[in-house]
Design a protein around this ligand. Sequence first.
Ligand code: C2E
Ligand code: CA
Ligand code: CA
Ligand code: CA
Length: 277
Amino acid sequence: AAKQRNDGAVVYDPAMDKSSEKSLSLLTELRNAIERNEFRLHVQPKIMLDTGKVVGMESLVRWVHPERGNVFPDEFIPFAEQTGFIRVLTRWVMERSAELCHELASKGHHLKVSVNLSTRDLLDQDLPAKFADLLARHKLSPGSFCLEITESAIMDDPVRAQTTLERLSAMGVDLSIDDFGTGYSSLAYLKRLPVNELKIDKSFVLNMENDVGDSKIVRSTIDLGHNMGLRVVAEGIESEAVWRLLAKMGCDQGQGYFMSRPIPGDQLIGWLEKWQA
Ligand code: C2E
Ligand code: CA
Ligand code: CA
Ligand code: CA
């Protein structure tokens, strides 16, 4: 079920595996990957669009498979969610993110780290306790973390999601609605949930300087977010023109290939020094 993509990455599609035997072997491989240290933490900087100051980073996991090479998250996260392996992976990402955050802070870079949560994570009643333990062990304040949740993860079980999110929010961690505008969400939930940030999906941002429809959606989302007292972040900024346009529309923060692709965590310090120069 592996095929070569035009950018050289190998695509692994579990849906192509007809037999449950093969799915089982992917699950085994994922489990082994933790022990064999095949996951890598990449981070993408988050930037204030008015000043260019770096204020945060998003953790994005990579899997360096011994035979298949770089496997991208879209190719194994859905499978990890189906099987429940995602909880193990989320814990791994949280630990690495906390370590990196601590290390950066010790070198004078105080960045908020954003971690992606899945539906399964949200349904885990122990998540707030595990998170509190993580913060204590790494001597980090809750404010150094932002947890990103998609609309669909919330809508899966809105009542339970709300309970978990309220407990996390009460601890002082930031919560963000990821991929805003792509899922089936209800504005009523947006109003009720204790979120701090709204992230505009890159599908609306990538081509917004040429597409009037996209640009209207982006503008309205920024206004909606601000009217609800939320910070608004745009992802998928690939050009200076889009950065300028977003800044003019009052969008608070952004991330994208124009500033930096996701890079290995240990390369961030070097990148920050170049960015600030
Ligand atoms: P996401 O959370 O929406 O992450 C943003 C994705 O957009 C990342 O893809 C990032 O590399 C990509 N991106 C950033 N800037 C640009 C840009 O300027 N142009 C374009 N074309 N793309 C850009 P990535 O790293 O492949 O991750 C894909 C998805 O996999 C993520 O979407 C997220 O849903 C999931 N994912 C990644 N890491 C984790 C993780 O640790 N845990 C969980 N639960 N999900 C993860
Ligand atoms: Ca995200
Ligand atoms: Ca996103
Ligand atoms: Ca996405």
